[in-house]
Design a protein around this ligand. Structure first.
Ligand code: DSN
Length: 417
């Protein structure tokens, strides 16, 4: 039986997908949580696996016909355990936010106390924001970065842990540019009898590539997304100690989710294998080298880097020394017009609201996938500064956009697509 779209493709949507492809490859993608996944991953995500229902886990499904799916999910589980040295893995979370909520439910009961990094100091919505279910279901106590060096204040973490005796301590970030050492968190968690959860969403690719400390030996549970520095399909994953296996699996299904997205799990399996390659280790190293080069170049253009720089794939740029009137909101909009995509971001103790902000967040995972290196980071900093300085002039923005397109044409994300 023909499908309605066989002879009547939805050209409106097809054209928009083509437009998005063009936007991605002709502009600079500097959103720190994005990347270009591989054609092999995209083939898996667009495969017939999307047709299959497979509630449950390999060997224990509620529906028939899961022989092939079982093999795929089992491969994904084994690969990710090997990649990070984990005792247990659940590859079903649809997203990082889901992964966190599933982990919380596995480790706590409603109303329990948790320590988490404040959102405006680099944490995540699911680390206790009052507008997120995490903040509604659990009693989150925020810790912050120190005002001087803008690094996580470990003395405050210890003090708060001893004062509040939390059930869980969460670390991991979305806009914190510095290295997080997992061992001190584990020591503090042990002092107060708390579990330790590390949200490695942003950092998974750097950890897999061996250029960032691996929290798996220290944490009870590690959650992450597969589409950021890890460069896989959009989705989440949970690693844990064997002792938490049953609780984690029960919390994911039937606790929070129904049918797993096996087409995405196939993409995760492919990405985990890609991340084992030497070329991925080289890639992860170059992401960090590029971030450091971009941070220095932006500082030379007159911007202030929160904490003075970066140890990972991202930096938070305080716009105020560059131009006291320029907000993150305006910078994001202006740079969009110039083909440079990034996002507004609060700086620690930002006087402006999260919808306006005094900063932007910049990441180097995507441009590094394109093959750009330190010299191109200097060019990118110059393009950003030119666009922002000349933001009142349409001609300047058009010229920067043309220069951005030329740079991207020299480093195609998908040379064969
Ligand atoms: N939205 C992601 C980010 O940009 O960091 C976090 O969930």
């Amino acid at each position: 039986m023909p499908f309605p779209s066989d002879n009547d493709p939805d050209l409106e949507v097809e054209r928009l997908i083509a437009d998005e492809f063009k936007r991605q490859i002709t502009g600079l993608q500097l959103i720190a949580s994005e990347n270009f996944t591989s054609p092999a991953v995209m083939r898996a995500v667009g495969s017939v696996l999307t047709n299959k229902y497979s509630e449950g886990y390999p060997g224990k499904r509620y529906y028939g016909g899961n022989q092939v799916v079982d093999s795929i999910e089992a491969i994904a589980i084994e690969r990710v355990k090997t990649l990070f040295g984990a005792e247990h893995a659940n590859v079903q979370p649809h997203s990082g936010a889901n992964a966190n909520m599933c982990a919380y439910q596995a480790l706590m009961k409603q109303g329990d106390t948790v320590l988490g990094l404040s959102l405006d100091h680099g944490g995540h919505l699911t680390h206790g924001s009052p507008v997120n279910a995490s903040g509604m279901l659990y009693n989150f106590i925020p810790y912050k970065v120190k005002p001087g060096d803008e690094r996580i204040d470990m003395e405050q973490v210890r003090d708060l842990a001893h004062e509040h005796r939390p059930r869980l301590i969460v670390t991991g970030t979305t806009s914190y540019p510095r290295r997080i050492d997992p061992e001190p968190f584990k020591i503090i968690a042990d002092e107060v009898g708390a579990y330790f959860l590390y949200d490695a969403a942003h950092l998974a690719g750097l950890i897999a590539g061996g250029v960032y400390p691996n929290p798996v030996p220290y944490a009870d549970v590690v959650t992450f997304t597969t589409h950021k520095t890890l460069r896989g399909p959009r989705g989440g994953c949970i690693l844990s100690k064997a002792v938490h296996q049953a609780a984690i699996d029960k919390s994911v299904f039937p606790g929070w989710q129904g049918g797993p997205l096996e087409h995405v799990i196939a993409g995760k399996a492919i990405a985990f294998r890609e991340a084992m390659a030497q070329s991925f280790k080289d890639y992860a190293k170059q992401i960090v080298v590029n971030a450091s080069a971009l941070a220095s170049a932006l500082a030379n253009e007159g911007f202030r880097l929160v904490s003075g720089g970066t140890d990972c794939h991202l930096m938070v740029v305080d716009l105020r020394p560059f131009d006291a009137e320029l907000t993150g909101k305006e910078a994001q909009a202006v740079l969009d017009l110039a083909g440079i995509t990034l996002n507004k971001n609060t700086v620690p103790d930002d006087p402006r609201s999260p919808f306006v902000t005094s900063g932007v967040r910049v990441g180097t995972a995507s441009v590094t996938t394109q093959g750009m290196k330190e010299a191109e980071m200097t060019q990118i900093a110059s393009l950003i500064a030119r666009a922002l300085r000349g933001r009142a002039d349409e001609g300047t923005l058009a010229q920067v956009k043309a220069d951005v397109a030329s740079l991207c044409a020299a480093f195609p994300a998908y040379p064969n697509l």
